[in-house]
Design a protein around this ligand. Structure first.
Ligand code: SF4
Ligand code: SF4
Length: 133
C-alpha cells in the first residue's frame, strides 16, 4: 500500500502535469492562429461548385481553405475528394490557391487573376467552368 503522503504527491504531480500540458496545447493553438492570420492573402473565390459528392462541398459551395486547379492543360479541380464526410467549415468560402492551366486567359504566372470562378461537372471530370482560352 502507498503511504498517504506519497499518494497525494503523486496525484498532485499528475494534475500539475496535465494542467501544464493543457496550457501548452492552448498556447500552441493560439500561436498557430496568429501565424495563419499572417499568412492570409488575397485570392479569387470559388463562388459556386455543383459537385455535391466532394467532401469540401456544402450546399453547392466549396469550403476548403483553398483549391488547386489544373492538371497540365486540363482545368480540373485537383482538390476534389470524393467522400461522404462533408465539410464542417460551412461558413468559409474557398479561394483559388493556385492554377496550373497557363493556357487560360485568366492565368498569369500560374496564378488565377479573375475575381471568382465556378466549378462543376463536365462529363466525368470536375473542372473550372470559368476557364477560357
Ligand atoms: S471546388 Fe473542388 S474542392 Fe471545392 S467542393 Fe468543388 S470539387 Fe470540391
Ligand atoms: S479561371 Fe482559368 S486561371 Fe482561373 S482557375 Fe479557372 S482555369 Fe485557372
Amino acid at each position: 500500500m502507498i503511504p498517504l503522503k506519497r499518494f497525494v504527491r503523486k496525484r498532485c504531480a499528475g494534475r500539475l502535469h496535465r494542467r501544464f500540458f493543457s496550457m501548452e496545447r492552448k498556447l500552441v493553438i493560439q500561436l498557430r492562429r496568429v501565424i495563419m492570420k499572417q499568412l492570409s492573402i488575397e485570392m479569387p473565390i470559388v463562388a459556386e461548385c455543383a459537385v455535391r459528392e466532394c467532401v469540401y462541398n456544402t450546399e453547392q459551395c466549396c469550403h476548403a481553405r483553398a483549391i488547386t486547379v489544373g492538371n497540365g492543360v486540363h482545368p480540373g479541380c485537383d482538390t476534389f475528394f470524393n467522400g461522404s464526410a462533408h465539410s464542417k467549415a460551412w461558413s468559409r468560402t474557398a479561394g483559388v490557391g493556385a492554377c496550373k492551366v497557363s493556357a487560360c486567359k485568366f492565368n498569369e504566372d500560374y496564378e488565377c487573376m479573375t475575381e471568382q470562378i465556378s466549378v462543376g461537372r463536365d462529363g466525368e471530370s470536375v473542372r473550372c467552368l470559368t476557364y477560357q482560352r
